[in-house]
Design a protein around this ligand. Structure first.
Ligand code: MLT
Length: 258
């Protein structure tokens, strides 16, 4: 049994669309996207230490990716369309590397295949150590980087919502995720090695301050896909432009499943 928290609003009949959330949020970040995905068997999953999922001692995106595959099998399916935003995308790429046959399609939103440079890795490990010490409000300074300028200027409710998500982000989840992300390798080769014909989506908010145009283009080139760019959205495109993200996910699902 997987120890992840797996959420589905309906019996999962048909190949699932699995949605994996960003750091340091939880599966509820997909809520604004779900109404426009009605009719598709969507499954959302909380990463270890976030939402309803128990924390883990041992860092490792690969173990989490393995458990996502186990969850798909426990739902009675050999394959799924797996889409992740940012940290969720790192997981989808870890699945692509370890168990490519599970992927009926792959969606990479606001993410990158490259590993961290050393300064970024050190910053992550420092944040993990601060989380271990119980320092409060560690994730709140991420706010400006997570939302595009349009959201920051014009959507005070969304700014408040994301600030609250960051303020309440669980320390154990933060520590696990930062150590896990610090250790992740470059996975561009895993994308290039996917069997030809696996449908792919690469999506980026035009105002994303964390993932560059080059990051998205590199993944798209490896997958033989085009980048879908969402105007007026930043890193958290699923919260900032849920209808556009849902349309891109529906299109991916239709290409994968017909
Ligand atoms: C996320 O949104 O999941 C994070 O920005 C990912 C990261 O820290 O690399």
């Amino acid at each position: 049994m997987t120890s992840l928290a797996v959420h589905a609003d309906q019996p999962v009949e048909g190949v699932p669309l699995v949605l994996l959330h960003a750091f340091p949020l939880d599966s509820s970040m997909w809520s604004p996207v779900l109404p426009a995905l009605r009719g598709i068997p969507v499954v959302t999953i909380d990463a270890p230490g976030f939402g309803d999922a128990p924390p883990r001692e041992h860092a490792g995106l690969e173990e989490y990716a393995h458990d996502v595959v186990v969850a798909v099998r426990e739902l009675g399916h050999d394959q799924a369309v797996i889409a992740g935003l940012s940290m969720g995308g790192y997981i989808a790429m870890a699945v692509a590397e370890a168990t490519p046959g599970v992927l009926a399609g792959i969606g990479l939103l606001s993410t990158k295949a490259a590993a961290d440079a050393e300064p970024a890795r050190e910053k992550r490990l420092a944040m993990a150590a601060a989380a271990d010490r119980g320092e409060p409000d560690l994730a709140v300074p991420m706010l400006d980087g997570l939302l595009g300028e349009t959201s920051r200027d014009r959507r005070p409710d969304l700014v408040d919502d994301v600030r609250e998500r960051l303020r309440t982000a669980p320390a154990a989840g933060i520590a696990w995720a930062q150590r896990s992300m610090a250790a992740r390798p470059d996975r561009l080769a895993a994308l290039s090695a996917l069997p030809e014909g696996v449908p792919a989506l690469v999506l980026r908010g035009a105002q994303d301050a964390l993932m560059s145009d080059g990051d998205a283009s590199a993944m798209a080139a490896a997958l033989g896909a085009e980048v879908v760019e969402i105007a007026d959205a930043g890193h958290l495109a699923a919260l900032e432009a849920p209808d556009a993200v849902a349309a891109a996910l529906s299109d991916l699902y239709r290409r994968a499943i017909g």
